[in-house]
Design a protein around this ligand. Structure first.
Ligand SMILES: CC(C)(COP(=O)(O)OP(=O)(O)OC[C@H]1O[C@@H](n2cnc3c(N)ncnc32)[C@H](O)[C@@H]1OP(=O)(O)O)[C@@H](O)C(=O)NCCC(=O)NCCS
Length: 184
């Protein structure tokens, strides 16, 4: 893996916002269903990361990144701000690896790092959703995330076709958590 080890950002600079926008646009243009439709303007992508940066500053979100020689090539977030009766839970969101950096173990490294940050934040239950049977779903299942169920027609792919979504959870308090073969 040529990318740096994923690390958490506690503040997000303008340059990092620009690079995160590049990453988001690359993923959406590559067909990823991550909340946005095509065409995704740079202005909209920047606005999204500006909002994330505010959440990071407020400690409502944990933002992790990994970098290579070209800049930020991978990211993932934990949404830490949850209802009063779910203080032990976080949502994992916006897992993005640039197409130039895929299939080298960075996705798995980001997930492991996010789980570690979650533990450090006192979070023991993580929840996420992913396009059913997609690349990300395969990654999460390999890492031991538990498949809850499938919701048909949940979202649209960037070009407009409907897709099913699968919900997963990861109980960090449980023993015998499954690892990733590439990490060992
Ligand atoms: C899903 C995503 C994050 C995976 O990132 P990634 O960095 O490619 O993930 P990994 O490298 O850890 O694993 C991907 C594959 O490469 C393989 N791989 C990992 N390291 C490898 C290595 N050193 N040599 C060969 N293969 C390797 C894995 O086994 C896995 O194979 P599989 O897809 O056949 O199961 C990435 O495809 C992505 O950003 N997609 C677009 C955005 C998206 O959909 N995000 C998810 C939102 S829920």
């Amino acid at each position: 893996m040529t990318a740096s080890h994923p690390h958490r950002l506690h503040t997000v600079t303008r340059e990092q916002i620009e690079q995160l926008a590049d990453l988001l646009i690359d993923c959406v243009e590559g067909g990823a269903s991550v909340s946005f439709m095509l065409p995704l303007s740079r202005e909209r992508a920047i606005a999204f990361w500006d909002q994330v940066a505010r959440g990071v500053a407020a400690n409502h979100r944990a933002l992790l990144i990994a970098e290579d020689a070209h800049g930020i090539c991978g990211t993932v977030q934990l949404i830490l701000d949850q209802p009063d009766n779910q203080p032990h839970r976080a949502d994992l969101a916006k897992m993005l690896v640039h197409r130039r950096a895929r299939r080298q173990g960075l996705g798995a490294a980001l997930m492991r790092a996010a789980e570690q940050v979650a533990r450090e934040c006192g979070k023991t239950l993580l929840v996420l959703d992913a396009v059913t049977d997609g690349d990300a779903a395969r990654l999460y299942e390999r890492l031991g995330w538990v498949r809850v169920g499938v919701i048909p027609r949940y979202a649209l792919m960037p070009r407009g076709e409907p897709c099913a979504t699968t919900y997963y959870y990861r109980d960090l308090a449980a023993d015998g958590a499954v690892g990733d073969e590439h990490a060992r």
